[in-house]
Unconditional design. Structure first.
Length: 203
């Protein structure tokens, strides 16, 4: 992948085609080409037929809370969903800003499964991270939020990517893979999901 992959309309097939027409539309804001490539590589674990990436030029000021100095994650998720151009696609907004959803002080991401939309916020993931650590955090949070879109709930297994992360330490502790139960649940929805997402050592 190179930086061209971030241009509108570029189609990026998974490593095998014909997977039930699963399409991801990614709307990125403030990410480097390398970070966008990480998102694409991550989404390919789900074996989509197509991934389309658009770079957002701006986020409407209306979603910015001037008192909190953060974006309203709920409103952003609904807005990003409204940018969908392909019917039935799963939309991922990945934004280099800080956001909250009451009553939480901040969020790493939020998904609205009823709207087929997931969002991930990158600003806090950058804190204290090397390049590789940041890319690993992005991978985990993208899979976590997309997992919610597919109906997966939070996990008690701290290694499972579906465990809830309250802090960067939590993010770093978990894997980007899923426990047996969550992987099985996902596979029911997505029979061709990549085995790379299965946490083999989990109990
Ligand atoms: Zn979650
Ligand atoms: Zn799990």
């Amino acid at each position: 992948m190179n930086s061209e992959s971030s241009k509108r309309g570029r189609l990026l097939a998974g490593d095998s085609a014909n997977y039930y027409g699963l399409v991801f539309e990614v709307f990125a804001y403030g990410l480097s080409p390398e970070e966008v490539d990480e998102v694409i590589n991550t989404l390919n674990f789900f074996r989509p037929e197509k991934i389309e990436v658009s770079n957002l030029k701006e986020i409407p000021e209306f979603f910015f809370d001037l008192v909190r100095r953060q974006y309203n994650g709920f409103l952003i998720a609904k807005w990003v969903s409204s940018l969908r151009t392909i019917r039935n696609s799963i939309v991922l907004g990945i934004l280099n800003v800080d956001a909250y959803v009451s009553p939480l002080n901040f969020i790493f991401g939020i998904a609205l499964p009823e709207l087929n939309v997931a969002t991930v916020y990158v600003v806090r993931l950058r804190i204290g991270s090397s390049k590789n650590k940041l890319l690993a955090r992005i991978r985990k949070e993208v899979i976590h939020e997309i997992g919610h879109v597919f109906g997966l709930r939070h996990c008690q297994n701290k290694s499972c990517v579906m465990s809830f992360s309250n802090s960067l330490a939590d993010v770093d502790e978990k894997d980007f893979k899923m426990c047996n139960a969550h992987y099985a649940e996902l596979k029911k929805r997505l029979p061709h999901v990549g085995e790379e997402l299965l946490l083999r050592s989990s109990a």
